[in-house]
Design a protein around this ligand. Sequence first.
Ligand code: PAF
Length: 275
Amino acid sequence: MHVVHHITELRQALEAGPRPAFVPTMGNLHEGHLALVREAKASDRPVVASIFVNRLQFAPHEDFDRYPRTLPRDSELLAGAGCDIVFAPDEAEMYPTPQAYKVAPPAALGDILEGHFRPGFFTGVCTVVMKLFQIVQPGLALFGKKDYQQLRVIEGMVRDFALPITIAGGETVRAEDGLALSSRNGYLGAGERAESTALITQLRAVADAVRADPGRTEAAEQAAMHALRARGWAPDYIAVRGRTDLLPTASAGAPRVVLAAARLGNTRLIDNLEF
Ligand code: PAF
């Protein structure tokens, strides 16, 4: 496996072969990322993973500075999962001049849920992913369903710009007790880590309640928010939505997903459950 830091090196390494399978990441990798790399490997394309902590998707008060940078460990893990090339640019390589051109998703998808609580987040994500797509020129790109709204936003971007890239969503990988793996789980103290499973417990409760009686969707969302608050969490949202447009859906039997974001101490966790 090669670790390359420059766009020119990456282009040289890829020029002779087929369009690669691509797993974009911000590093501090866990089993969720590695499952995507293994899925990429199964496509029989060369596999490229990127590691870049993208300043554009962090608000000034967020954790850009303390986001863990763990390239040596990440490289070992990626090699073990079958990755062929790691693209790990520094900020000067990705943004040699301030990134003046941006890609903004439509407000109907980009300004709801995560986008409502993190204004500009999806513009930062789309801009770096579009740039990475131009650099890597993948035929296939894989994103985890843990970041469910991100996956839908990227699918829309690829469709609207007619990019010749297949987007695949990987299932969320969970710890044995149900916590969705995330690079931010490492911020949790021991007590918070034990408490963190309450999020998926509430998502399961909402899914069960709505399955039993779709007319009680809003009550189920409110009850879950209340239950988390009572345990010391600060939830941003718990919302049942249609799986494709992420809009509130009324029709019983339509494929749904319940999405949540909530702060536990200083750590903001997100999760979701399709049902
Ligand atoms: O999901 C992430 O880790 C990031 O949002 C991504 C897609 C790598 C863009 O920086």
